[in-house]
Write a protein that binds this ligand. Structure first.
Ligand code: FMN
Length: 482
């Protein structure tokens, strides 16, 4: 089998257009014609995201040439997430997580390969020919302040001191024909890069890319460790380098087959109002603020470009679904790397947008094991940003089942001794529980819902049928439920 054929079998697609064809073949994508950017695209996306519906490809958008399309809800089902990661689409979620962990652990880092041409350069607009209004950027939520061109996109920056490149999914607001606003929460890699340029009094070069390989998008939206470039990480997962073009304006690496790429600079003292924009917590917490602006110098796109949208909505939404899966694997990795043994399950629950509620199951081995797991989960790279509750349970609890987890909390955790609070943890402007003007820090509750270690052997036994009795009951009395 050639390398190419092997890749096609493992990943099933090479770029976004292939991926769309694959999704259509699986019955996971619907085409929609005539929906408006002002209202319809946002409404339909919210509905599909909330109900676990199909990916939506909008065409014939009023006011735009046919072929100028918007894709949304790309990762709102387990099958689509599995397909994108090169995993069997019909495997049960628990098996998928194991397969994904295995892939994550065995994949090397593969840096991108520079090429001189790519489909993204089919149409080139420089300087005064730039017109960002040529794309049908939607208003995603009815109370948003404006159109957002970037949600399913990556903002590409380079660390001016260390030289490493980062891809981060940070929202991008359309200000006018050649200016974009971009909001990045403090502490994110793109924010650190941008602040380093500004501290030197220099403009920050930025590329905004949309419609790249879906795996690359998932990398960009995920907490990959600092100094690890998302191109290298996703290239390793794919088993082949991503092809990039050196941006003529910024020198930054642009995905060669992206649908759209925008090059420009953010200047240290230029700010413009950004927001309100509906956020992943399900609120408009950060309101409207002055944020840096990208002065756009060049726009490249494929013929009939596809703008990809992944707008946050009240969880559980599309984002919560794919991030629960990806972040749970990274959190498990971080726990193990920090030396926490016998972690039997991890789930960054969708109900908290995959951040506010982290669930960890362990097989207790020694006194303090549960607190160790809880505190590491709350503070490691995958779990640290804008968390709220971490619940640690014994291994008999299924962490993906919120009913089971809360049963453990209600029956095994005595509040006076079971809860630790961490103060002044990493939060930010998007935290709805912090009084306006005081955002930055928040607190964490670590709930130890394991049987207390020192008398775990005397803890009342669970009143539920044994697996054998369950099986017997199913066989004998299952007909009563049909
Ligand atoms: C659709 C989507 C939109 C996001 N928007 C933002 C945003 O506007 N600002 C932000 O700081 N993080 C945002 N995030 C979260 C970051 O993408 C995520 O934390 C990622 O790990 C950041 O990359 P970094 O770890 O390289 O900083 C968004 C994530 C998704 C999936």
């Amino acid at each position: 089998m050639t390398q190419e054929a092997k890749l096609a079998t493992e990943m099933g697609y090479r770029g976004l257009r292939d991926w769309i064809a694959g999704m259509e073949g699986l019955g996971e994508l619907r085409r929609v014609e005539g929906a408006t950017w002002q209202e319809d695209i946002g409404m339909a996306t919210e509905l599909a995201g909330r109900r676990g519906g199909p990916a939506l490809l909008f065409d014939d958008i009023p006011g735009y040439s046919p072929g100028y399309r918007v894709l949304s809800n790309s990762f709102g089902s387990v099958r689509r997430i599995a397909y994108t990661l090169g995993l069997p689409v019909d495997a049960p979620p628990s098996q998928l997580l194991r397969l994904w962990l295995n892939k994550l652990r065995t994949s090397p880092l593969i840096p991108p390969r520079y090429v001189s041409h790519g489909a993204v350069m089919e149409e080139v607009h420089i300087g005064s020919a730039v017109d960002l209004l040529e794309f049908p950027s939607p208003i995603w939520h009815e109370a948003d302040s404006g159109r957002y061109l970037g949600t399913g996109s990556a903002d590409i920056t380079r660390d001016p001191e260390e030289g490493w490149v980062n891809l981060g999914t940070y929202r991008v607001m359309l200000h006018d024909r050649n200016r974009l606003g971009f909001y990045i929460s403090p502490g994110k890699h793109g924010h650190i890069h941008r602040e380093k340029y500004f501290a030197r009094g220099e403009p920050c070069p930025v590329v905004v890319a949309s419609g790249m390989n879906p795996l690359l998008f998932l990398a960009s939206a995920t907490e990959i460790p600092p100094r690890v470039c998302e191109y290298d990480w996703a290239g390793g997962i794919r088993g082949e380098p991503f092809e990039v073009i050196q941006g003529p304006v910024t020198g930054l690496p642009i995905p060669a087959d992206a649908e759209i790429a925008i090059e420009g600079f953010a200047y240290p003292r230029e700010r413009h109002l950004e927001g309100p924009f509906g956020e992943w917590t399900g609120y408009y917490a950060s309101g409207v603020r002055e944020e840096p602006v990208i002065q756009v110098q060049a726009v490249y796109h494929r013929r009939h470009p596809i703008l990809v949208g992944s707008p946050p909505n009240k969880p559980p939404d599309e984002q919560a679904r794919f991030r629960a899966f990806l972040r749970s694997a990274l959190l498990l990795e971080d726990l193990e790397k920090a030396g926490v043994p016998d972690v039997e399950g991890v789930w960054c629950h969708e109900v908290g947008g995959s951040r506010l509620l982290l669930l960890v199951a362990i097989k207790q081995r020694y006194p303090g094991h549960a607190r160790q797991a809880g505190h590491v989960a709350a503070m490691c790279h995958a779990g640290a940003y804008l968390g709220r509750y971490v619940i640690v349970v014994d291994e008999d609890i299924d962490v993906t089942d919120l009913g089971e987890v809360m049963w453990a909390v209600c029956t095994r955790a005595d509040p006076a001794t079971a809860i630790d609070i961490i103060h002044r943890a990493w939060s930010g402007p998007l935290d709805p529980a912090i009084e306006p003007g005081k955002e930055g820090f928040n607190s964490r509750a670590i709930i130890d819902a394991c049987r207390p270690y020192e008398w775990r052997d005397r803890f009342p036994s669970v009143c539920a049928p044994s697996p054998e009795m369950k099986h017997k009951a199913e066989a004998k009395w299952g007909h009563l439920l049909k």
